[in-house]
Design a protein around this ligand. Structure first.
Ligand SMILES: Cc1cc2nc3c(=O)[nH]c(=O)nc-3n(C[C@H](O)[C@H](O)[C@H](O)COP(=O)(O)O)c2cc1C
Length: 217
């Protein structure tokens, strides 16, 4: 009887752990000087859809998310990627087998928001099997002047798409410069992802970027 109770307690404990979110991955400070020159990066950039298996090192992951939407001017809290009105409307999620993490640029850390593997919703027929997929969402409620039902919202919707495109190119050039592979992808199961991440109606899913180390040629 005592063993049964202990066993049941262990099961309940592990179930509650599985449901737990809010775990934080503390990232390394972003590198200050690394990778190819900007010209070489432009020469080698291309979309790649096959990577070596395995996850990114903590340093590469830290540099990657910082390159996307990290703070590069602490005094003004401005970012590596420009945004219309400096709205900073792009939300960056890091999707991995153990769940989804939100990049917090102010604290340069990843905060777990769910324990669901969302990657299958982004992998179609040409699956990359990447361990890490970045997901770009624009939140138009971040714009000065946004108001529910306002005709201006179409403009903010368009600016959100543009801002995600700029972040996408930061990611692509970072990857090209660091010997990593990536591809911007618009195709994904948006309804399923929106549901899993509990996105609001002002938060639009635009692109995802699988990222991995290039295969040896
Ligand atoms: C806005 C946008 C959406 C894209 N969506 C997808 C996609 O859903 N799936 C995919 O495999 N590639 C996607 N791509 C990658 C393009 O197919 C790729 O950039 C194009 O073939 C040119 O190749 P390159 O990037 O190597 O120059 C997308 C690219 C852009 C810019």
């Amino acid at each position: 009887m005592k063993h049964t109770i202990t066993f049941l307690s262990l099961i309940l404990f592990s179930i509650s752990l599985q449901g737990q979110t809010g775990d934080v991955i503390k990232l390394n400070p972003p590198s200050t000087d690394k990778g190819h020159s900007i010209m070489k990066s432009l020469w080698v950039r291309s979309s790649t859809r096959a990577y070596s298996p395995g996850e990114l090192s903590l340093q590469d992951l830290s540099d990657l998310v910082w390159a996307a939407v990290g703070i590069n001017r602490p005094e003004s809290k401005k970012l590596t990627s420009p945004t219309a009105q400096n709205s900073q409307d792009v939300i960056l999620y890091v999707c991995r087998p153990d769940g989804t993490y939100l990049y917090n640029s102010a604290d340069h850390c990843l905060i777990q928001v769910n324990k669901t593997d969302l990657r299958p919703f982004m992998e179609g027929e040409r699956s990359t099997k990447a361990h890490t997929i970045l997901l770009l969402v624009a939140d138009i409620s971040k714009y000065r002047g946004y108001a529910a039902g306002s005709p201006n919202n179409k403009h903010y919707y368009e600016m959100g798409a543009v801002d995600c495109g700029i972040v996408s190119q930061n990611i692509a050039l970072f990857c090209a410069g660091m010997g990593l592979g990536t591809v911007p992808r618009a195709q994904m199961n948006k309804a399923a992802i929106k549901d899993e991440l509990k996105l609001t109606d002002t938060q639009y899913l635009w692109l995802n970027h699988p990222v991995g180390y290039l295969k040896e040629k």
